[in-house]
Design a binder for this molecule. Sequence first.
Ligand code: FES
Length: 133
Amino acid sequence: MSEMQHLLKESGYSDKAIEYYQNKVNVGELSEPDAYAVYTGPCGDTMEIFLNVEDDVIKEAKFQAIGCAGAFSSGSALTEMIIGMTLEEAEKIDEDKIIESLGGIPKQKVHCTCLSKRTLQKAIKDYKEKDKI
Ligand code: FES
């Protein structure tokens, strides 16, 4: 285990959260996303989410963040979870579900899961509004 992995583990990140963070799972952009949002949380960190949607089902999901290890591991967990879900299912995912999927995150990083949840909800809301026009 590298020094960094060791430190992350000591501060309360699960092995899965560390793996997501280090492998940058789903970090990236989609060139012509069907749904997109950028959101800045109260901590000052920012996330972008890109989705491709077909018949209300999320086919692809990527994200970018200017943020901490908590933001990156949450973004990876959330994007992994939502691929294959309908928009209705995806917008109901809360912090607890993200933490459950990560298998553990330091207490002081719980709010970071909220950043990814809110960014996703904004992307879905914008997509639905765009659809009505
Ligand atoms: Fe801002 Fe983690 S401290 S998302």
